[in-house]
Design a protein around this ligand. Structure first.
Ligand code: SAM
Length: 335
């Protein structure tokens, strides 16, 4: 990892995005997406009807000249983009369901996926049906590649700005990712995947007539989007494939829980539920957990013991090490 290169790329993205933001009168995220597309488009600033001005085009061209993506490692590029996205989450008002998945959580999800598939797969098809700006998908992608596992990934999102940012980011990182702009609850055109990883949107799904086809649809009124996403993910998992989801900590404590549990028991094995440290979340209601399910078939079995754990505060290295050892021995005995 090169901290200097990460900072340099972040500064180039940030300075050029700020120039564009002022000139085009758009949000920081929109400006970031525009600057990313300019860099990928042969480093030529996009200009229509003298906007941005020749002066700004000159400044952008100067900045872009110094951008050296080819000599950077993918993970360093991701980190620089992630810093810019973090800045966006402070500058722009983003609704909670549009926030990028923070690295601390991405690293834990990546660790679990690596553990679950290690020794089993050398090539992985990965899907994030709520890919957003792609930070989580890219984190897992780079993590698996660093373990010599080759990855082919799919990402879906219904927000075109976020998906454009995911496209800029994954293209800059030279990742093999297919991105689709659509509602993930409707039929997806893709081959089955080995692993689904997703930081699910939480709340109600507005289209009742689409939700009706799902076992987890609410009997009355709108259904929970995150329940539908879990069920939809199972439709696209290979037999024995894993679904690893960031879900509300109260997932199994609502009126709709029985329907969700029934669907999971019919289609999959609930292999784990891990609570993330409370310190990561501002309010009790925003706390999240990690749900691990495995699609039935291919001779997979219910773990003798479901992995139930409280993930320690990330800053507590000793406790973190102990947690990792626990996961390691759970995997050896159960998966
Ligand atoms: N992991 C992402 C990242 O690192 O950038 C963040 C995911 S964000 C918490 C949840 C995403 O779900 C948002 O990008 C939102 O646009 C997307 N989403 C919400 N409803 C959707 C739907 N019906 N179909 C596809 N995507 C949806």
């Amino acid at each position: 990892m090169s901290q200097k290169e990460i900072e340099q790329l972040f500064n180039q993205l940030d300075t050029s995005a700020q120039l564009l933001q002022k000139e085009l009168d758009v949000s920081y995220l929109e400006a970031l997406s525009e600057t990313g597309e300019n860099i990928l488009g042969n480093k030529i600033p996009h200009q229509i009807d003298d906007v941005p001005s020749d002066e700004v085009v000159g400044k952008l061209t100067q900045i872009y000249k110094e951008v050296a993506l080819d000599s950077m490692e993918a993970e360093d590029i991701r980190k620089a983009i992630q810093l810019a996205l973090l800045k966006a989450s402070k500058t722009d008002v983003l609704q909670p369901n549009h926030q990028m998945t923070p690295d601390a959580i991405g690293f834990i999800l990546n660790y679990l996926i690596e553990k679950l598939i290690s020794g089993k797969l050398e090539k992985v098809r990965l899907l994030d049906p709520a890919v957003g700006m792609g930070n989580l998908l890219s984190t897992v992608y780079n993590g698996l590649v660093s373990k010599k596992i080759s990855v082919e990934a799919e990402g879906v999102d219904n927000d075109d700005l976020l998906l454009t940012l995911a496209s800029v980011s994954t293209t800059m990182q030279r990742q093999n990712v297919t991105l689709t702009h659509q509602d993930a609850i409707q039929d997806l055109l893709m081959d089955p995947v080995d692993v689904v990883v997703s930081d699910l949107p939480v709340g109600y799904y507005p289209l009742d007539e689409k939700a009706e086809k799902f076992k987890t649809a609410a009997k009355n009124g709108h259904s929970y989007a995150h329940h539908l996403f879990i069920e939809q993910s199972l439709h696209y998992l290979k037999d024995g494939g894993f679904g690893i989801f960031l879900v509300p900590a109260q997932l199994f404590e609502t009126d709709e829980t029985p329907g969700l549990m029934k669907m999971i028991q019919e289609e999959a094995f609930l292999q784990g539920m891990l609570n993330l440290p409370n310190e990561l979340f501002k309010t009790r209601n925003s706390r999240k957990s990690i749900l691990v399910i495995q699609k039935k078939g291919n001779n997979v079995k219910q773990a003798k013991q479901v992995l139930l754990a409280q993930i320690p505060d990330f800053k507590n290295q000793k406790a973190m090490l102990k947690f990792m050892q626990e996961v390691d021995s759970w995997k050896k005995e159960n998966i």
